[in-house]
Design a protein around this ligand. Structure first.
Ligand SMILES: [Cu+2]
Length: 171
């Protein structure tokens, strides 16, 4: 019986790390916006509508909340969504932000309708394909983040992170 073993000839995988949205260079933010813009133009399962629909609109959505799958499901979702964006602009990564800083609910890179150059910001809103709309006049996505002070405090997050039991932690 032959047992497969890892091949030493496999090409090395380049490790990428996600950056804080507040520290993206103009070029990095431009690459992200370009990747989303290009993905928004694709109508099949490589496109933005497909990936956005898994977690919101267009319907139906498949997001897993209130279960032990919350964290692994979202981690995998972001990974594959990022891969779809990298198919448009190689090397682009999804940025992160620490929402314990309640002074800014949605970072400006995502919140502003227009870019500093005056173009439509693809990170702020996206078209919704007609078949995925809840109502016929719902043509673009929108956010409803709520009051940032409703988010957990830094102390509350630290308390959760100190948990040593994964199932208690993720709940
Ligand atoms: Cu979700």
């Amino acid at each position: 019986m032959t047992v497969a073993s890892p091949s030493a000839s496999r090409a090395p995988v380049q490790l990428r790390h996600r950056r804080s949205v507040r520290r993206l260079s103009k070029s990095q933010l431009g690459d992200l916006r370009q990747a989303v813009t290009l993905a928004q133009k694709i109508g099949d399962d490589r496109g933005y509508q497909y990936w956005a629909g898994i977690h919101g609109l267009p319907l139906p959505k498949y997001c897993r909340h209130s279960s032990e799958l919350f964290l692994p499901w979202h981690r995998a979702y972001l990974y594959f969504f990022e891969k779809a964006l990298q198919d448009q602009v190689p090397g682009v990564t999804l940025p992160w932000w620490d929402w314990r800083d309640h002074s800014e609910a949605i970072p400006a890179a995502y919140a502003r309708a227009r870019t500093p150059e005056g173009t439509k910001n693809p990170l702020a809103s996206s078209p919704i394909q007609p078949s995925g709309r809840r109502q016929a006049n719902e043509k673009r996505t929108w956010r409803q983040p709520g009051d940032p002070n409703w988010l957990p405090s830094g102390a509350e997050v630290d308390q959760v992170r100190a948990n040593r039991d994964y199932f208690t932690f993720q709940n």
